[in-house]
Ligand binder design. Sequence first.
Ligand SMILES: [Zn+2]
Length: 178
Amino acid sequence: MSKFNLNLEKKDNIIHPYRAKFQENFGKILGTEMGNQLEIHLFDYIKEVENTDFYDKSFEEHYLDDALSLYRNLNPEASVSNNYLKDQILSNTLSPYNLVRMPKKDLFRPKWDKIEETRLKDIKTEIEEKCSVVTTDMFRCGKCKKRKCSYYQLQIRSQDEPMTTFVTCVECGNSWRE
Ligand SMILES: [Zn+2]
């Protein structure tokens, strides 16, 4: 059996050296067989989502990005210090098929939960600081009809949608979204 379960054509040459490298590195962590399997699943998955047989820049970047992220999370000695993903694969709790499809956040749940928690705390502190000083007459309170409000804006949907404005009336405490 050849090392790659795919018929490599000429155009594969660009991505080929990376593939060999990642098979080797995954293999060092998971054993040769599982390492190869994982890389092949990853490659097939990228092919599926990029929906192309042409290994252009976007394909290459996507592949490298995902492969590196997997490598860092599977290697307990990497700076990420993910100490459970490798065991999940080796104990067959998680299949390579599912692993390559996992959102990056889920590769190391406890770490991301911590980051998210800190991020939300920071935002909250920042908002509270801002709200305590800045008031505006830009908005009119629907309850008490006064124009003394504090507000902040957050990107709560996707990046290309407008920000959501959260307004609080400092007179009566009424709050709403604009
Ligand atoms: Zn009010």
